[in-house]
Design a protein. Structure first.
Length: 99
């Protein structure tokens, strides 16, 4: 699948086109409150980027079959991801201190 993994209305999008009620509401909100829309949408883009990073590193599927084990497996993946990010941050910071 190519392109953007989530939809955002283009600058010239209109609420008069055929489509869902939610899409029209989003376009109208963007027109009326552009700063608030960008702030909220940036949160979504951060979440999407995090999910893509997790799936890219650990795969899309869980190996566990039972629900409580799937929750545990997903949680451990998130913990491992956060530890990796922390280590990378610390290494970058230490390298900058040496410069």
């Amino acid at each position: 699948m190519g392109g953007c993994p989530f939809l955002m209305p283009r600058k010239n999008a209109t609420s008069k086109a055929k489509g869902s009620h939610a899409w029209k509401q989003m376009v109208l909100f963007r027109e009326g409150h552009p700063e608030e829309f960008e702030r909220r949408y940036h949160k979504r883009s951060n979440a999407e980027a995090t999910n893509a990073s997790l799936k890219g590193k650990y795969g899309e599927f869980l190996r566990s079959r039972r629900w409580h084990m799937q929750k545990r497996e997903a949680g451990l993946r998130v913990i491992a991801h956060n530890i990796r990010r922390l280590i990378r941050y610390r290494i970058r910071r230490d390298v900058e201190l040496l410069d």
